[in-house]
Design a protein around this ligand. Structure first.
Ligand SMILES: [Zn+2]
Length: 285
């Protein structure tokens, strides 16, 4: 027993000697895209690749010592400033989030994918409803919970009885579901649904021109200098990036504070603690 205490004491001391322990290696996660995505939106693949490219570009710019402009945006969103002691650590946290996203690799095999992406608007099979389609991904169970037998996960983790979010009364653009795995050592896996509102928001043509959905050549050629960053929140790639920050962070990056986690004015108003764990703050950067 004493030996154990001595061992623990030495371990405690050795922990103290390392002021900042080495960061865990960033695991390369795999993603898989369900056929509902290219059939729901023709340019889906390029929108997804754009999200990964944006993550890479953000990471590159955060790594630059001379890109003051971008570091100012980083300070404004995350309220982390260079004169603070933990500046380097917090900057590294944000960099790691983007690195986890850009280093994702695609697989064609669903079973080996950590992240499975669907664009089926969270279709539900409800045996109480006549002609409900049993091929739909979510199944309403007798206890009122919603289960996805293909990916073996509930829509609400272990908590309440909420239906999958695309079918909510105020539907989201995208949702990330996760399953922690049956054992502490099993790896988590995730599913992302990109909902119908993402692909066909209710815009008039003039508003649609100001709120682009995809990054194309025409969009790049326009002069956006006088436009607020909020106009880009409708980009499909932005929502994909938002969901990927949830799905690559083991639930650390959430939507915080609840109810005020989206939209530029909320991002500007929130404190650093919320900003550092908020998906949209990362998505907007
Ligand atoms: Zn979110």
């Amino acid at each position: 027993m004493l030996r154990l205490y001595m061992f623990l004491a030495i371990l405690g001391l050795s922990c103290l000697t390392f002021a900042s322990p080495p960061r865990p290696e960033i695991k390369k996660m795999k993603y898989w895209i369900h056929e509902s995505c290219p059939s729901r939106f023709r340019d889906f693949d390029s929108a997804f690749k754009s999200a990964l490219r944006i993550a890479r570009r953000t990471w590159d710019r955060l790594n630059s010592d001379t890109d003051d402009n971008f570091h100012n945006v980083f300070n404004a969103i995350f309220k982390v400033y260079e004169e603070e002691d933990d500046y380097k650590d917090r900057l590294q946290d944000v960099k790691d989030t983007f690195q986890r996203v850009w280093s994702l690799v695609e697989t064609k095999k669903r079973k080996e994918a950590d992240i499975r992406v669907y664009c089926d608007n969270d279709a539900i099979y409800d045996p109480r409803i006549q002609n409900s389609n049993p091929d739909n991904r979510w199944h309403r169970k007798k206890d009122g919970r919603y289960y996805d037998p293909t990916n073996k996960m509930y829509s609400d983790g272990k908590n309440n009885l909420g239906p999958p979010s695309c079918s909510d009364t105020s539907p989201s653009a995208g949702v990330t579901y996760y399953d922690e795995g049956r054992f502490p050592w099993s790896s988590w896996h995730y599913s992302i649904t990109l909902c119908d509102v993402l692909f066909s928001p209710k815009f008039t043509p003039e508003i649609a021109r100001l709120n682009p959905l995809v990054i194309d050549e025409e969009l790049k050629a326009r002069d956006w200098n006088r436009f607020a960053i909020a106009h880009f929140s409708h980009l499909i790639a932005q929502t994909i990036l938002h969901e990927l920050t949830h799905a690559t962070s083991k639930g650390i990056i959430r939507d915080t504070p609840l109810g005020y986690s989206y939209e530029w004015h909320n991002l500007m108003a929130m404190g650093r603690k919320d900003a550092l764990t908020n998906a949209d703050s990362h998505g907007m950067l």
